[in-house]
Design a protein around this ligand. Structure first.
Ligand code: ATP
Length: 421
């Protein structure tokens, strides 16, 4: 009987899992950590996403855990799942053990309550189909019905049954993600079945929305470029990109330059999947991009950014002219989303453009006026806000160019300016 070792987990995670064990024992409920959580613990990752499966009422157990650890409880009625967030801000998800079947290939599965075994049977790869007991005297015992540990050791990705990719083609994208992230290989039979599923064009059976939900995760990976290249070679991109040639060359450039960004860059705040998506769409026009985005769940802001990225090359050209005041740089970059600014910076190798984008992100973007609209209103009397806005913009231009650094000088400039209106 193999037991899982918690040693390398961070102490807050251990405390929370201990709380889950105690709550389960108190209620006589069976609970297991499952799937990617077990995989990552066995791979000795320190920070893991915590997923628990409950044989019984998941919401009741989550409530007990929340009480015991004084955590926050969030219930997702629709899915009959719950999340507890500990005071240390570690979250654990609880779901009832389920079995599922596919009414037809590519459809969403129909689910009903089941045992742990049935729950593991519906999973994608053997390395993701393990569980570890959290309750009672068996706590820590690994349930490995499909030899996941063996595959982990051999660095193999193996599906649980021959129809797996047909039932759920998104597993192809998941598989490529794990292959690239973990540096694993599809074992020969899985590899054959994956390629055969792709030859049968299974990815065309799922809606763009479903494809994109998994493709966004691909773009989130540190190894996104490797994943995209692999998917392209496999023919796993064609149906989503509707036959258009995607630009993994631009993606390669961006990944390469990204490593060399100055440290003051707000890179963590940026939506990298979106920037990578912009790179893949580089070279396509508005009509082509809109065609690809049909039925794809991107919000309005994301869509605007993706379409806005068409201008990146011309914006970079504008930013490379010989003489430019700080206010000119500001006027070009200020209206753009951070993702579009980063895309311009990463898309070009022109040094002056780098310097100007850097100046904007490090300094200009943080400059604030020391006067307000009210100050202008007072000087002007009642005037349309359009005029107030225009005057403020002019004062800002002065400040950006170093001419009105403080409130006194800004007021002076503003008064002079309002006299002329
Ligand atoms: P990641 O580290 O990227 O979050 P994960 O394996 O934890 O990967 P999740 O999407 O969080 O992935 O899913 C959790 C678990 O649910 C997986 O480990 C797997 O057991 C199961 N799972 C998720 N998606 C599928 C799928 N499409 N088919 C079968 N099982 C799945």
């Amino acid at each position: 009987m193999r037991k899982i070792s918690w040693q390398h987990l961070n102490p807050q995670v251990k405390t929370l899992l201990h709380g889950v064990s105690r709550a389960a024992e108190g209620a006589g409920i069976s609970v297991y950590i499952v799937g990617g959580t077990v995989r990552d613990i066995l791979l000795q990752k320190r920070n893991v996403d915590l997923d628990c499966v409950v044989e019984g009422n998941a919401i009741e157990l989550a409530q007990r855990v929340a009480d015991l650890v004084r955590g926050e409880l969030k219930i997702h009625e629709r899915f009959q799942t719950a999340t507890v967030t500990s005071p240390d801000r570690i979250s654990v998800d609880f779901a009832m053990a389920r079995e599922e079947f596919y009414p037809h290939p590519g459809a969403l599965p129909v689910v009903r309550p089941g045992t742990l075994e049935a729950d593991l049977k519906r999973r994608d790869f053997t390395i993701n189909a393990m569980a570890a007991v959290l309750h009672g005297p068996d706590a820590g015992v690994l349930r490995d019905l499909y030899d996941g540990v063996h595959d982990l050791l051999r660095r193999h990705l193996r599906i649980l049954h021959d129809n797996s990719f047909i039932d759920d083609p998104t597993r192809i994208l998941r598989g490529v993600r794990f292959e690239q992230r973990l540096n694993f290989k599809f074992e020969p039979r899985t590899d054959r079945l994956l390629k055969s599923a792709l030859r049968r064009n299974v990815l065309a059976r799922i809606k763009p929305a479903r494809y994109f939900t998994d493709f966004r995760k691909v773009l989130k990976e540190e190894e996104a470029l490797g994943c995209v290249r692999r998917l392209r070679r496999l023919g796993g991109l064609d149906c989503f990109f509707k036959g258009r040639a995607i630009n993994d060359r631009v993606l390669g450039q961006i990944e390469e330059r990204r490593r060399r960004l100055p440290s003051f860059y707000p890179a963590q705040e940026a939506d990298w999947p979106m920037i990578r998506f912009m790179a893949l769409l580089a070279g396509l026009d508005k009509v082509q991009i809109e065609y690809i985005l049909k039925g794809v769940p991107v919000c309005r802001r994301e869509k605007e950014s993706l379409l806005g990225a068409i201008q990146a090359t011309s914006q970079a050209k504008l930013l490379s002219v010989k003489r430019m005041a700080s206010s000119d740089i500001y006027a070009i970059l200020k209206p753009l989303a951070l993702e579009n600014i980063l895309f311009i910076r990463l898309r070009t190798s022109v040094k002056i453009v780098h310097e100007r984008v850097d100046l904007f992100l490090e300094k200009l973007a943080h400059i604030r006026l020391d006067i307000t609209g009210e100050d202008v209103q007072k000087a002007l009397g009642k005037r349309p806000s359009r005029i107030v806005g225009r005057i403020l913009a002019e004062v800002m231009e002065q400040k950006l160019n170093g001419r009105c650094p403080d409130r006194a000088r800004q007021l002076e400039f503003m008064r002079e300016r309002t006299c002329r209106i």
